[in-house]
Design a protein around this ligand. Structure first.
Ligand code: DC
Length: 221
């Protein structure tokens, strides 16, 4: 039986950084489910499909083959045989993803892929619906949170380090908008699973959060 750790939470709470670190420490595979939704959204953008046209999105899903593989421990996302890792982190893709991931056909296809992976491998999987929907029987479930201000600050520092022009107030507004959409959509909205441990990372270091989660695994919680 594989061992599964589920980490959910809003954008910028530190899920991927923490999940990667835990995966490294425990020798597990890190599964970034957001990247799969992003690859799907990139397909819709590249094919001129509007986020508002849910019927077109549902019909197009069968033409978008999303798979993942691992190279030197890093997850690589493939869209119809093309490595799209370098294309899915733009603001345009983020906004489209938050809209297209409300679509039931998109979610069904990607949830099946995620469940198959978790069945085969020990995984740390992060997303919005992992503890509630994808892996309801996960061995450890965490809801990782941080204030929108702290999350906007983290994103701002990331962009500044890359030399990209950015405005803290605009970033915070985008984060709040995305949270609202992710938490209020009809299918699998972002919410804390009843049996998930709540962790607020606002005043914690990456190491502190990762250690707290590893303790939950050791404690059999
Ligand atoms: O974690 P992220 O920022 O890469 O996620 C991008 C978007 O994908 C986010 O707005 C919500 C959506 N998403 C989702 O609906 N379900 C998941 N399991 C992961 C991400």
């Amino acid at each position: 039986m594989s061992y599964n750790i589920a980490i959910d939470g809003p954008a910028g709470a530190g899920k991927s950084t923490i999940a990667k670190l835990i995966a490294k420490k425990k020798g597990f595979i890190y599964v970034d489910t957001g990247a799969m939704y992003r690859a799907m959204a990139l397909y819709f953008l590249e094919n001129g499909i509007s986020a508002e046209d849910q019927d077109k999105i549902s019909a197009a899903v069968q033409n978008a083959d999303v798979t993942i593989s691992y190279e030197n421990g890093e997850q690589v996302v493939w869209l119809n045989g093309r490595n799209v890792n370098g294309l899915i982190r733009t603001e345009e893709v983020s906004q489209m993803t938050s809209k297209s991931s409300t679509n039931g056909t998109v979610r069904k296809k990607l949830v099946e892929l995620q469940q198959a992976l978790a069945k085969k491998e020990n995984v740390v999987m992060d997303g919005r619906d992992i503890g509630t929907c994808v892996l309801p029987d996960a061995d450890v479930k965490v809801y990782l949170d941080a204030s929108s201000h702290v999350r906007a600050h983290r994103r701002y520092e990331e962009l500044k380090a890359k030399g990209e022009p950015c405005d803290l107030a605009v970033i915070e507004k985008d984060i709040i908008e995305r949270d609202y959409r992710d938490m209020h959509r009809e299918i699998s909205p972002l919410k804390r699973a009843e049996d998930a441990q709540y962790l607020d990372s606002s005043d914690m270091t990456i190491e502190q959060v990762a250690d707290a989660i590893i303790k939950m695994c050791d404690g059999g919680l």
